[in-house]
Ligand binder design. Structure first.
Ligand SMILES: [Fe+2]
Ligand SMILES: [Fe+2]
Length: 186
């Protein structure tokens, strides 16, 4: 699938607001990729596909996830916020024939994971600092990313965890693993 085709797919599947977010993420991913040592074309493609299931119902998400993740991962079953990422990755791999490294970046764009690849890091941070996001934490992380993308990634993970703590929400173990592995690697 070409970048242009992924863009068109996102446009067809998403509302104006979510499509604008997607365009901003794809642009940020292309810009951040070289800084993490990832391929800009793969990053932009991942950006256009990362939220294609964001506006689907739980029924569609569960159907797309099939028996793979939800059934084998009790933890994931309770975390609706992560479903759109896992469903998009399943669809990208099984239906669109997208290579597995790009599917993984899509799958972990919300949670992060242990030992994130350069492409995973690129998409996670692009999603965090995309131009459409206006809240304080994003502005701070965007500023850090201008000079140090690895520091910005850790900040983004830290704010994600803090925000979940403040809401008394469950923190996915992948996010803690991502934070720890990023901190250890600096
Ligand atoms: Fe997302
Ligand atoms: Fe997103």
């Amino acid at each position: 699938m070409t970048i242009r085709e992924a863009d068109a797919l996102a446009r067809r599947r998403l509302s104006d607001r979510r499509y604008y977010h997607t365009q901003c993420v794809a642009k940020a991913a292309r810009e951040l990729a070289p800084k993490f040592g990832a391929d800009p074309d793969r990053a932009e493609l991942a950006g256009f596909l990362h939220d294609i299931f964001k506006e689907e119902s739980d029924d569609v998400l569960l159907k797309t996830l099939g028996t793979s993740d939800i059934i084998s991962d009790n933890d994931l079953a309770k975390k609706h916020a992560l479903w759109h990422a896992f469903a998009a990755a399943e669809y990208a791999g099984n239906v669109l024939g997208i290579p597995s490294d790009i599917c993984d970046a899509i799958r972990y764009h919300t949670s992060g994971r242990d030992g994130m690849t350069p492409l995973d890091k690129t998409l996670f941070l692009a999603d965090y600092i995309s131009e459409d996001r206006k809240y304080d934490d994003c502005i701070k992380v965007r500023k850090t990313a201008a000079t140090d993308v690895n520091k910005a990634l850790i900040e983004g993970l830290r704010y994600t965890i803090s925000e979940l703590l403040e809401r008394n929400a469950v923190i996915d173990s992948r996010t803690l693993d991502a934070y720890n592995s990023c901190v250890r690697s600096i």
